[in-house]
Structures are given as structure tokens and as C-alpha cells.
Write a protein that binds this ligand. Structure first.
Ligand SMILES: [Cu+2]
Length: 111
């Protein structure tokens, strides 16, 4: 019995190493940052989702500055680096970039 369950668990784990869009909880959704833009700029995710922003620029650093209530700014992160946040509460999370306020994004977190 147990011998049959283990391979299934391994298969599920491998399948979700990247992103598991549309799956509730424990998923990672990627946002790429390039040419002073967040791509995608707007995302809707389920509660429990982790969003990972990756800096794909050549030389400029960026941050994620949440501008809503209780907002805060991430550390600046450089090309090749990433920053993650897990969203455990439904709501609307607008953000911009600390050093580049013209960069805008939005995470909508739903049940
Ligand atoms: Cu920036």
C-alpha cells in the first residue's frame, strides 16, 4: 500500500516545482521584471499563493513597494535576483517600484 503512495507523491511534487496556476495554496506564480515593467502587471491569485518577482534587467535594480494599507517595500533586488511574498489574505495589493514610481503592478488575492 505505502509503496504505491510514494511514487504518486513524488510525481505531484515534481509537477509543481515550477508554477501551478489555478491551484489553491502552495503555488508559485512568476512575475518577470524587464525594461522597467512588471510582466504580467496584473495578476489574480488564490489565497496562499506565493508570487515571485524576478529581475531580468541588464543592470538596474528594482523593488516591490506595496502602496495599499499596511504597505511596505521589499529590499532592492538586482539582475538575476528575485523576491517572493506569500499572500494569505484576500484583497487588492497595488504596488509600484521604490526607485521607479512609474512602474505599476497589482495582485488580486481571491478565496
Ligand atoms: Cu524599478
Amino acid at each position: 500500500m505505502g509503496a504505491k503512495l510514494v511514487p504518486l507523491g513524488v510525481t505531484v511534487l515534481l509537477a509543481c516545482l515550477g508554477a501551478c496556476p489555478g491551484q489553491a495554496g502552495d503555488a508559485i506564480v512568476e512575475v518577470r521584471i524587464a525594461e522597467y515593467r512588471y510582466e504580467p502587471a496584473e495578476l489574480t491569485v488564490k489565497v496562499g499563493t506565493t508570487v515571485r518577482w524576478t529581475n531580468d534587467e541588464k543592470r538596474v535594480s528594482h523593488s516591490i513597494l506595496f502602496t495599499g494599507p499596511g504597505g511596505f517595500e521589499s529590499d532592492r533586488f538586482f539582475p538575476g535576483e528575485s523576491w517572493t511574498r506569500t499572500f494569505d489574505t484576500p484583497g487588492s495589493y497595488p504596488y509600484s517600484c521604490g526607485p521607479h514610481p512609474e512602474m505599476r503592478g497589482l495582485i488580486e488575492v481571491v478565496e
